[in-house]
Write a protein that binds this ligand. Structure first.
Ligand code: WTA
Length: 652
């Protein structure tokens, strides 16, 4: 039945094999070994994960049962006890790593701090005592609303240390969004800062918290880090300065052990509609997934200095700034501000200045760098880099090649990592020492991941046809439920195929090619129906971006009397190109040439910017409404810049 699958039109077939030098030093450099481990991980998952959990984690009490799976609810490592913060910090004390930098921080104004494992352990232990003295203990919720500064990492780990459940709310969210999240999880404590630096200005976080907590009956204490020195109002009896309290507690802190399934954090993720979902992750399974995937996917070495540009307000910041990296004893680099402050070469400057070896960033950032121009990159050496990563969206081949050539100097492997807030850790990704990469493909599943592309009846579709991406076996770092709404958890993720409560539906469309590689074609909800063919947004957008004039593109459907759905694309141009009817014609024929005439856009609209979420994903739902000529409805609390939408609506 043609409407059950997705037509895939991508013709990308370049292949990049790992170099002999990289392979020779890789944590995993043999295809045969990958295959053997992968087969073991999916054929005997309990045996495999039991071994990994013993090897990678420090347990206070060994687990008795590896997995209890009552679909769709999983529990891992039952009977086991551990402390997540201890697994990230204490385990490195008394080893070579004790005086190694755990964290290097650069603020937007240029201030730099280096914190060793020993020091980080000290800060976390202090804060743990402080929050315990405020009455925060196991299971209590703590909202963290901070800039990307070391205190954010310290706050997360202090919560983990005392068994409190943190919910990090990205500092770019409004007071309203913060209030809703605090109320949903009934947080008792909010940890914030006076402000944070962004593009040379102070973002007034404390003022936002003041507004939010007017409507949050559960909040008893607001703890404030002094970062920018901007004036703030402190409410007596409720607000305390972080710096004042930290000095008060200086004793060593003995961390308690918690059950493997003790909740670690709630992270709200906004679906395209409806209220945000509080994704719940627990302790041991999550940490194991984050640690092990970081070790293999980033090929971590003792000497690495790893830079992930994601804010800790996103899952990427949780798994691949804090937990996965510190559990491995790595050095993380964090940066507070905007990538184009003071100039668009800030990242490249920092990479050279701090001799960073790994960069993990998002396609939206890569496309912005491309748009700002190559000169900003060419000014810098970038010779410390050895590995690059991408996450968050399909990376179009054009951007991949640019990343590979300009940033990686054709020397660094690129790991295009597919995963979700819900999956906790990387699920589909190259292993840089073994996998030959293809630009735009996340390639093959990680250990323990059984991913399939299926039709509406959950039957696997043939190679090279598109369908729904599903995961058919539980994995340790999977979400456990949605906070306070288990029904929604079941409905949202495990109800796509009636009678198959064990099938996790990702919401993404994908295809597997002849080598079994996965290509994500976009969210299923965004799939376009073009003259009877269902085509993923990513493929059309990628064809557009391969034209020299195009910086970014978004494809959406618009109701059309004749065709059912007409294809409307929004395009932003690179510097030096001007919008014209002639260029529209050129773009149309370019898409025709790249994909076929069926995918020639009916309407092309040039835009100065595209509406994005604060983590950089294009909000196609909004563009759909604009294309249809209607008003923008639904939740827009995650929209980064409303002026973009206003501009799009006014130039119809
Ligand atoms: C998309 C981010 C293609 C996908 C870790 C997924 C990707 C959603 C990739 C999750 C990738 C993420 N290639 N698409 N490498 N990585 N996505 O929850 O649609 O912010 O379902 O987690 O981002 O976004 P989230």
């Amino acid at each position: 039945m043609p409407d059950q699958t997705i037509t895939s039109v991508s013709r990308e077939n370049r292949k990049f094999r790992p170099s002999a030098e990289f392979k020779a030093q890789a944590n995993l450099g043999s295809e045969a070994l990958y295959k053997r481990l992968y087969a073991e991980s999916v054929n005997s998952p309990e045996k495999f994960w039991s071994k990994q959990a013993k090897e990678h984690l420090v347990w206070r009490k060994p687990f008795k049962q590896v997995l209890k799976w009552q679909a769709p609810h999983a529990q891992w490592f039952l009977g086991g006890k551990l402390n997540v913060a201890e697994n990230c910090l204490d385990r490195h004390l008394g080893t070579q790593r004790e005086n190694k930098a755990a964290l290097i921080f650069e603020g937007e104004p240029g201030d730099v701090r280096t914190i060793t494992y020993r020091q980080l352990h000290g800060h976390v232990s202090q804060l743990a005592q402080v929050i315990e003295s405020m009455g925060i203990g196991a299971g209590d919720r703590v909202a963290i609303y901070l800039p990307m500064i070391p205190e954010a990492v310290i706050a997360m780990l202090a919560c983990a240390r005392v068994g409190a459940i943190h919910t990090v709310v990205f500092g770019g969210f409004s007071p309203e969004a913060l209030k809703d999240r605090i109320n949903d999880c009934k947080a008792k404590l909010v940890i914030t800062a006076d402000g944070g630096w962004r593009r040379g200005k102070v973002i007034e976080l404390k003022a936002n918290v003041d507004k939010a907590v007017e409507g949050t009956p559960t909040v008893q204490t607001v703890m404030v880090v002094k970062r920018c020195g901007n004036p703030v109002t402190m409410k007596a009896g409720r607000d305390v300065w972080w710096q004042d309290t930290a000095a008060a507690a200086a004793k060593p802190h003995k961390a308690k052990a918690f059950d493997a399934e003790h909740p670690l954090f709630i992270l709200y993720t906004s679906g395209s509609t409806g209220k945000p979902k509080g994704v719940l992750h627990t302790s041991a399974g999550y940490l194991l997934g984050a640690k092990m995937s970081a070790h293999y996917v980033f090929d971590l070495k003792e000497t690495d200095r790893y830079f992930c540009s994601a804010d800790i307000g996103w899952i990427t910041g949780h798994s691949y700034v804090v937990y996965g990296l510190l559990a491995n004893g790595s050095t993380i680099f964090i940066y507070e501000g905007a990538p184009n402050q003071p100039e668009p070469d800030r990242f490249w400057q920092m990479i050279d200045r701090h001799a960073l070896t790994i960069l993990y960033t998002a396609p939206t950032a890569i496309r912005a760098f491309m748009r700002w121009g190559d000169d900003y990159v060419r000014r810098h050496r970038l010779d410390s880099l050895r590995l690059l990563g991408s996450v968050g969206e399909p990376i179009n081949p054009e951007a991949w090649i640019w990343y590979h050539t300009l940033i990686g100097k054709k020397r660094c492997p690129i790991v295009d990592t597919w995963w979700q807030t819900e999956t906790g850790c990387i699920m589909i990704s190259p292993l840089p020492g073994v996998t030959a990469t293809k630009p735009g493909s996340a390639t093959r599943p990680f250990f323990g991941v059984v991913a399939k592309v299926v039709d509406d009846q959950c039957r696997e579709v043939p190679r090279n046809s598109g369908g729904k991406l599903v995961i058919t076996q539980p994995w340790p770092s999977m979400l456990r439920t949605l906070w306070g709404d288990d029904d929604r958890y079941v409905r949202q993720y495990f109800s796509e195929f009636p009678g198959r409560p064990e099938i996790y539906f990702t919401g993404d469309g994908a295809r597997q090619d002849e080598d079994g590689y996965f290509w994500i074609v976009g969210r299923i909800d965004d799939v376009l129906n073009v003259s009877g063919h269902r085509i993923g947004t990513a493929e059309i957008e990628s064809a557009l971006v391969s034209h020299p004039s195009v910086a970014e593109a978004a494809a959406v459907g618009r109701p059309d009397e004749l065709k059912g759905q007409a294809l409307c694309v929004f395009v932003t141009l690179k510097a030096g190109y001007a919008a014209s009817e002639e260029l529209k014609e050129q773009l149309r024929s370019h898409v025709g040439k790249e994909i076929g005439s069926l995918a020639k856009p009916d309407t092309i609209r040039f835009a100065a910017g595209l509406p994005k979420t604060r983590s950089g994903k294009i909000m196609r739902r909004i563009l759909k409404e604009i294309a249809a000529g209607g008003a923008v409805k639904g939740d827009i609390s995650t929209l980064d810049d409303f002026s973009v939408v206003a501009a799009l609506q006014s130039d119809e």
